[in-house]
Design a protein around this ligand. Structure first.
Ligand code: KIV
Length: 280
């Protein structure tokens, strides 16, 4: 069990997010670690402990590398580092698809062991049963439709959704199924702009866009993409608000030069035998 969880009375609840449909856009980012959660908490409404952590922090090729244990460990870190944001933890592939009972057991474990406000899972019509069961167990659920990272191997790659009439109809069906199953919000990923905007107008729960539409009720990006830490190619929908790759690379270059030239450590970074009050 997680220890030292912060008090939850000032946290934004899943229900508060639901009630923000059509209002000021909902600001969401992924977070996987304690320091990043601390830095983001003042600025966002919602932190998603996405299963993208498997790729971003653990170097897996797809999100299929995430496990329940991995998600719980990162969920605990993000809860320790935040006090205000609504924290949503992703359900990893293999933890919910089999049955409603499996989905409820996994969601219950995530919430009990992290103290997070909600879970997220991928799928629409095909996962409505699981969403309804988790909601009936008292756990808020965020849906995820459109491009589904857990299905990219099955789909033959990262394919944008909503480009055929058949696919548009399927997306509307998914959005409605997620809403009817009781989800408090839904992520729409990698979907044609006009389709995502139309879904946003037609359903009563907030839509959170990523590679979707500026008309969605909120937006989400992967934190490492947003701050320019991602070393591989980033998707077209990513806007880099900082270039931390260069900052880290320059810092490492500077440090290496100072170590090699014995400039570091200097007098300020070592302890003398006589001076008091300079404990680390
Ligand atoms: O895992 C993740 O980071 C996500 C976002 C892309 C929405 O699901």
């Amino acid at each position: 069990m997680a220890t030292e969880l912060p008090t939850t009375d000032i946290r934004i609840s899943a229900d508060t997010i639901r009630r923000r449909k059509g209002g000021t856009p909902i600001v969401c980012l992924t977070a996987y670690t304690y320091p990043i959660a601390r830095l983001l908490d003042d600025h966002v409404d919602l932190l998603l402990v996405g299963d993208s952590v498997a790729m971003v922090l653990h170097g897996h090729k797809t999100t299929l590398g995430a496990s329940l244990e991995m998600m719980i460990a990162h969920g605990q870190a993000v809860m320790r580092g935040s006090a205000k944001a609504c924290v949503v933890v992703d359900m990893p592939a293999g933890s919910y698809e089999e049955s409603a009972a499996q989905a409820v057991a996994s969601a219950r474990r995530i919430v009990d062991e992290t103290g997070c406000q909600a879970v997220k899972l991928e799928g629409g019509v095909d996962m409505a049963h699981q969403i309804a069961a988790i909601v009936a167990a008292g756990i808020p659920v965020m849906g995820h439709i459109g491009l589904l990272p857990q299905s990219v191997e099955k789909d033959g790659g990262y394919r944008i959704k909503g480009r055929t009439d058949e696919n548009v109809a399927a997306l509307f069906g998914d959005a409605q199924a997620v809403e009817s199953a009781g989800a408090f919000s839904v992520v729409i990923e990698g979907t044609v702009e006009t389709v995502a905007a139309d879904i946003t107008r037609r359903i009563a729960i907030p839509t959170i866009g990523i590679g979707a539409s500026g008309d969605c009720d909120g937006q989400i990006l992967v934190i490492d993409d947003m701050v320019g830490l991602t070393v591989d190619r980033v998707a077209k929908f990513v806007k880099e608000y900082a270039d931390l790759r260069s900052v880290i690379s320059r810092a490492a270059e500077h440090y290496a030069a100072e170590v090699r030239s014995r400039t570091f450590p200097g007098p300020d970074h070592v302890f003398s035998a006589t001076k008091r009050g300079d404990d680390a």
